[in-house]
Design a binder for this molecule. Structure first.
Ligand code: TMP
Length: 210
């Protein structure tokens, strides 16, 4: 039986993370016989729902300053871990697969308060066992966001995405220095091509595990 593992998929808005979480979970269940709980941040808990509403520019909550968001994301993370992630990891053969985790804060919120401050805020949280970063050109991300329609959230503008992509590079370095396993995969091509790359990374990582 496989011991519980905590996996995270990260990437820019429009890079396909949500779709790929579902694809990876299907494969882990059917091919590897693992029980998988799919989850996401912002979470579906009370703080997460509030954060999501406040990211919507048309929100009736009123716009929160960028300096407030790092604390709200961290509060949601604490709640998400305690309520969803950590209890699931207590169960045998149960994996958790999260669409975004603290790497999103380290990238997006570093723009407002700097990486050291966000890193300090997120230091108490359990590190994932494996993080897969989907890397895609911001221009392509924006095209995909436009195709799916809907409301544009706060971070979905080209300059902003370019800056966040650079910030993700610093995050990868920061996390690797702390001993985390992070693999980058290209988000180019269709859903199946990206899903294949991710399965490849996860398979190899599983083989290397003691
Ligand atoms: P989503 O569109 O992937 O659901 O995420 C919502 C937005 O929230 C997305 O633009 C990324 C952003 N975000 C942060 O800025 N910091 C965080 O810690 C998380 C989890 C998400």
């Amino acid at each position: 039986m496989l011991s519980p593992q905590f996996l995270v998929i990260e990437g820019l808005d429009g890079s396909g993370g949500t779709t790929q979480v579902a694809r990876l979970a299907d494969w882990l269940r059917s091919d590897r016989g693992v029980e998988v709980l799919c989850t996401n941040e912002p979470s579906n808990g009370p703080v997460g729902r509030f954060v999501r509403r406040s990211l919507n520019p048309a929100s009736s909550e009123g716009r929160l300053g960028d300096g407030v968001l790092p604390y709200l994301f961290a509060a949601d993370r604490r709640d998400h871990l305690d309520r969803v992630v950590l209890p699931a990891l207590e169960r045998p053969n149960s994996w958790v697969l999260s669409d975004r985790y603290y790497h999103s804060s380290l990238a997006y919120q570093s723009l407002s308060i700097g990486l050291p401050a966000v890193a300090q805020l997120n230091a108490p949280f359990r590190a994932p066992d494996l993080t897969v970063m989907i890397d895609l050109e911001p221009e392509v991300c924006l095209e995909r966001i436009a195709q799916r329609g809907g409301v544009r959230e706060r971070f979905e503008a080209l300059d902003r995405l370019r800056t966040i992509r650079d910030a993700y590079e610093d995050v990868i370095e920061h996390c690797r220095t702390r001993g985390e396993t992070i693999h980058r995969v290209s988000g180019d091509g269709d859903i199946e091509a990206v899903a294949d790359r991710i399965r490849d990374v996860v398979s190899r990582w599983m083989e290397d595990r003691p």
